[in-house]
Design a protein around this ligand. Structure first.
Ligand SMILES: O=C(O)CCC(=O)C(=O)O
Length: 326
């Protein structure tokens, strides 16, 4: 999963860099094979619509798989890996828990505002900035040449001055901190780790042929006064092959979660062209639904059930004949 050079990179040093600079960067921390296998677990072309499963949703130009812990074993393995837990264990001095996570794919254009991630919510609304320590983990799952992560150096030490702001404007940052902007284009598999109190964003871009895919998760040191802080975690029990009290606590087993999954989506967050694509997909399904309902309305249910029984028996007899003949 991780490149040996990352596994062997001293955890103490990572934490020291985080505490002093507010960020840590490692190129190609994940192996290409792990990234490729992870991406195969996610179908970004299949948007959920009355589908009885967890999966991909869309909000404008970004497609999200929020419930990765239920859908992608490779993501589960990264999030609960020994190296990540060691970094957290060394960085935090009280109980820490994962508060949100997602894999997302950004295409064509995006303009994210400058912000910090120390958000306290009521439902999906931000109510104030909190002062709990926290770490943002971001892995590039594609080569990132534009729309790179940007971080304002040292901002983790002074961002609290702007705690009453939801975002900081581009013009304010350009006028006051343009020298301090760190932009991080890097190859797929690279890791960026930063203090959630640091001011950051994805650099705005516009390029019809460009896509960036990312795994992001956040771990906060949740004090007893902030019970319920974080999004609910839906976990596939099949993945839990490393369940220890440490992992259970980190994932929030038995811990209250008050925030809804991010982002909040509906038909209205889709782009018109995605709605059109969906209509094409819906057309044959609509015909199927209509014909089923027509059959149901003219034939008694008892007859349909008996017909299914006859078909089932015919199939069994056929299978038996085939096995007997071999
Ligand atoms: O995608 C990125 O580069 C930054 C993401 C981010 O800041 C966020 O989702 O809060």
């Amino acid at each position: 999963m991780f490149d040996l050079s990352f596994i062997n990179y001293n955890t103490n040093q990572i934490v020291n860099e985080l505490k002093t600079k507010g960020y840590f960067v490692f190129e190609q921390a994940l192996t290409t094979q792990h990234v490729e296998e992870l991406l195969q677990e996610i179908d970004f072309n299949q948007i959920l619509l009355n589908t009885n499963d967890v999966g991909v949703v869309t909000a404008q130009n970004i497609k999200f798989l929020t419930h990765c812990l239920a859908k992608s074993k490779k993501t589960y393995d990264i999030i609960t890996s020994r190296k990540i837990l060691d970094i957290c264990r060394e960085y935090f001095n009280d109980t820490y828990r994962i508060t949100n996570h997602r894999v997302y794919q950004t295409s064509k254009s995006s303009h994210m505002p400058w912000h910090t991630d120390n958000n306290l919510q009521v439902g999906k609304q931000l109510v104030k900035k909190h002062n709990m320590p926290g770490l943002l983990f971001l892995f590039y799952l594609s080569d990132v040449s534009s729309n790179a992560f940007q971080y304002i150096k040292d901002s983790h030490t002074w961002s609290h001055k702007y705690n009453n702001e939801i975002y900081l404007s581009d013009s304010f940052i350009d006028a006051n901190y343009s020298q301090d902007i760190l932009t991080l284009p890097m190859p797929k598999g690279s890791l960026i780790l930063c203090d959630i109190h640091g001011i950051h964003r994805a650099e705005p871009f516009e390029d019809k042929s460009y896509k960036r895919t990312t795994l992001l998760f956040q771990v906060d040191q949740i004090g007893s006064e902030n019970l319920g802080h974080g999004e609910k975690n839906i976990v596939n029990t099949e993945y839990l092959d490393n369940l220890t009290p440490e992992v259970m606590d980190y994932l929030g087993f038995g811990f209250k979660r008050d925030y809804p999954a991010f982002p909040s989506t509906s038909g209205a967050t889709m782009k018109p062209q995605d709605i059109l694509k969906l209509q094409k997909q819906l057309f044959p399904q609509t015909l199927e639904a209509l014909s089923k309902s027509l059959v149901k309305s003219v034939l008694p249910t008892e007859l349909i059930i008996n017909f299914k029984r006859i078909l089932w028996n015919l199939k069994l007899n056929l299978q038996k004949k085939l096995t007997d003949s071999f």
